[in-house]
Ligand binder design. Structure first.
Ligand code: FAD
Length: 503
């Protein structure tokens, strides 16, 4: 047993090392033989050995971490609370998702005319529901998502409730979506207190995309030329920095028509109604980032609402910064400084960004270079740099940070720095977040070390959530995909349990 255990750990170490090498320049790895917990030589965080965490009084879930050391290597510790049947199903689903031809065929089938044949569609949907959907989606409706929240809460995690609604272009659909978000915020009242860390909203679900494009154009032109007056503009935080992409707006845009202005106001009212319900339910609101064509308008919605609603030390509204953008750090610093001057506690969710190919395509079509960092190394550095900056800021000042990432190194660096700064012990200023069904080893490792971890929980009917599922399938396919470490650790833990049962 001892030999088997030792070899298992070294297999995982190799996998983690491979993962770090893929994600991190070789120059930052001091040794290829040292276990990952001691090899990281962070460029943007101060150098420290892997810390030991004191879990006392930390993590508000009823099942708080069993240990206090930050480690991602031991499947037995990481998945101690996961029943064997669930572990088996998760392993099989992730293994299936890793087989590229399966994912490619599935994607082709779902987008094909075959789906117009009722029997065939029912078969495909039934299979998807029992496999990928059950793994990556928290439920069909707010009640089922609530059950998932309770299950995670018992396991020591919080939930970010995300009703899977995206991109609509008429007021009727926006109203329907807005009602669904309000119902979601309301539902949190009947769940264990603080088990839901936030309700998540995409602005494209409550404001017609055509309006977001027009407002973004006008904001860009105002910043670029300082020559237009925007009568509808309220107090806000900076939306651009010197290096922000402005190429989407080549000529002076016409002012909003009375109809556009009315649609815009309706959308702002929808957001206000959602915020009021979040306030009443005592739950934070997180606004997702989308693509740079419409992000200025999304930031305007976010910042103007934050100016009105974020009071005291703790933000109610969080915006999102995408570290893959070249202007991310510069903008983050500007926004934080302005928020401090205005007495607004800034809430930031930090992600790498999910619109890489469309950003590159749009920029190329307009004859500009992509707004995304030239290489993955710059994106990783930018993420870690932004995380380090915000951790310093919130350690002794107002504001809060959600570190939304599946990247083990970023997670570990941020955890080390948070510990160094004494952040988190009950104050919930910093939380980590991973998508439901993804990077579970990272989530359990952080949680077991006493850190605050949320799972991001998309929910909705199977056909409505299909675009989200296809994105997850794409992200998880291939042997070296995001889920490689989870697959490896889960398989090892299953083998260990099986061996223990047989012996
Ligand atoms: C809780 C949560 C909330 C999220 N919310 C949002 C959101 O609001 N908006 C949004 O856009 N995304 C969001 N995402 C998705 C996120 O942006 C990433 O797509 C995803 O999490 C992968 O990044 P990672 O930090 O997990 O890092 P990794 O697992 O290390 O992934 C790195 C990925 O970054 C990509 N990449 C970025 N820049 C480059 C570059 N210059 N060259 C090559 N590859 C590059 C590659 O595809 C690579 O796979 C969210 C993710 C989570 C976990």
């Amino acid at each position: 047993m001892a030999i088997r255990g030792a070899s298992s750990i070294s297999t995982t170490s190799k996998l983690l090392l491979q993962n770090y090498r893929l994600l991190k320049p070789l120059t930052t790895l001091t040794s290829t033989t040292t276990p990952p917990s001691t090899i990281i030589s962070p460029q943007t965080f101060s150098e420290k050995p892997a810390p030991t965490y004191d879990a006392s009084g930390f993590g508000s879930g009823s099942g708080s971490g069993s240990g206090s050391r930050l480690t991602f290597e031991n499947g037995q510790d990481l998945f101690a609370s996961v029943p064997t049947a669930k572990l088996l199903k998760s392993t099989l689903t992730l293994k299936m998702a890793a087989v590229e031809p399966v994912v490619d065929l599935g994607t082709w089938v779902i987008n094909s005319k075959l789906m117009n044949v009722r029997v065939f569609k029912d078969l495909v949907m039934g299979f998807t529901k029992r496999t990928f959907y059950d793994h990556f989606v928290a439920g069909r409706n707010v009640d089922e998502a609530g059950e998932t929240v309770k299950m995670l809460w018992d396991d020591g995690f919080r939930g970010m409730l995300d009703y899977g609604l995206e991109h609509v272009d008429d007021n009727e659909s926006c109203d329907r979506n807005s009602d669904a978000f309000i119902k979601t915020a309301d539902s949190t009242k009947s769940l264990p207190a603080t088990s839901v860390s936030s309700v998540v909203v995409k602005i494209t679900a409550i404001c017609p995309v055509s309006i977001l494009k027009r407002v973004s154009d006008l904001l860009r032109w105002e910043y670029k030329t300082k020559s237009i007056n925007l009568p509808w503009k309220q107090s806000t935080l900076p939306i651009f920095s010197e290096s922000s992409p402005l190429y989407h707006t080549l000529t002076r845009p016409e002012p909003l028509t009375p109809q556009e202005e009315q649609d815009f106001q309706l959308a702002q009212q929808r957001l206000k109604n959602i915020i009021d319900k979040c306030l009443e339910s005592n739950v934070q609101l997180v606004i997702d980032a989308e693509d740079t064509q419409i992000q200025p308008a999304i930031d305007y919605f976010t910042h103007s609402a934050a100016v009105l609603y974020n009071k005291g030390d703790k933000p109610l509204i969080f915006g999102t910064i995408q570290a893959y953008l070249k202007d991310a750090k510069e903008r983050l610093v500007l926004v934080k400084a302005a928020a401090d001057r205005m007495g607004v506690p800034l809430g930031v969710k930090l992600v790498r960004g999910a619109y890489m190919s469309s950003e590159a395509r749009v920029a190329a079509s307009l004859g500009h270079e992509s707004p995304i960092h030239d290489g993955i190394k710059q994106t990783h550095d930018c993420y870690n740099d932004c995380a380090s900056f915000m951790l310093d800021e919130v350690a002794n000042g107002p504001g809060a940070l959600v570190l939304a990432t599946h990247n083990f190194e970023s997670g570990r660096l941020a955890a080390m720095k948070a510990q160094e700064l004494g952040i988190g012990k009950g104050n919930q200023k910093v939380q980590f977040a991973q998508l439901y069904g993804m990077a579970d080893a990272l989530s359990y490792g952080l949680k077991n070390a006493g850190l605050e971890v949320s799972k991001y929980l998309p929910f909705g009917p199977v056909d409505q959530i299909m675009p989200y599922l296809l994105r997850r399938a794409e992200e998880n396919k291939g042997m070296l995909s995001t889920s490689a470490i989870d697959r490896q650790l889960m398989s090892m833990e299953l083998k260990r349990r099986l061996t223990a049962a047989v012996l």
